[in-house]
Design a protein around this ligand. Sequence first.
Ligand SMILES: [Zn+2]
Ligand SMILES: [Zn+2]
Length: 331
Amino acid sequence: MLGLYLKNPGEIELKEFSSSSLKEDEVKVKLIYGGICGSDIGVYKGKIGHAAYPIRPGHELLGTIIEAGKESVHQIGTKVVIQPNSFCGECDLCVEGKTNICRHKQSLGVNTDGGFSQEFVISSKYVLPIPREMADERAVLIEPLAVIVHAFKKAAITKGTSVAVVGCGTEGMLAIALAHYLGAEITAIDINEKKLEKAQRSWGITPARPQDIKDETFDVVIEAAGVKSSVEQAVDITRPGGSVVLVGLTPEANLPVVKIVRNELTLYGSIIYHFPDDFLQTLHYLKQDGFKVEPIISDIIPYQEYKRAYEAAVSGEYGKIILDFKEESHS
Ligand SMILES: [Zn+2]
Ligand SMILES: [Zn+2]
């Protein structure tokens, strides 16, 4: 079985792996699509402190169960997506339902082997069946979209809420897509004019470069750039009484504490999602025809051309790049 293998930062290759046997609660999944995520790029570039090498990358995974252990709750032939962050279920945070910040969390493709391979094995507790009729190109977006669904639970976004999305990478674009579906008035901020144009064309947002925002403020600001200046701007453009939801990861930023206190701003950190709740909510959105996500995916590339796919993803010029593991595409 072939899979990607990241020996050290920057050293990626396609390698033969031996197929592992199943524990009773595990399933073997034959991959259909794997989405390349910002964190895959971080691991590839050696920029994630807790990453372990060598590692098989990949955590945005859609596939079909081809083998199931005796205790698996899911059957062979079921199409599934993966929840790629393990949780112990026993620590104080898990007991409180905060499995996303479990004290013993491990993340596929970051500090434990991921799923960019023809097949991989995982505990059946981390798979979610998806309806047969859902297009693979929508289903593969469940994991990255669940990050946004979770973030949106922090601050109320409904019809007419003024929302600024700072950063138009994949997570930013997904935030725009969801805010659009919920009827918000959206301003998107980015330095990349092509991404702004795409967001405007796709969801009718008001495009702005960072310097274009002068005195305007917003009820809710979603920070999805993960850049120091973007975090600072996000706080700066929040309306008194409003909320900032921080989704991007940047080591530090300067915060105007007096302004935050006097204006009663609320800052939320939001990391990944609760499983299965946020995945089920995401699945619900993806089932709606009016929920437009087609513009998110920029390219679908056969996994044998992983170098080209990684180059495109690393460039930052595109939306989501998907690796295609379907056999029929490469025969
Ligand atoms: Zn991801
Ligand atoms: Zn735990």
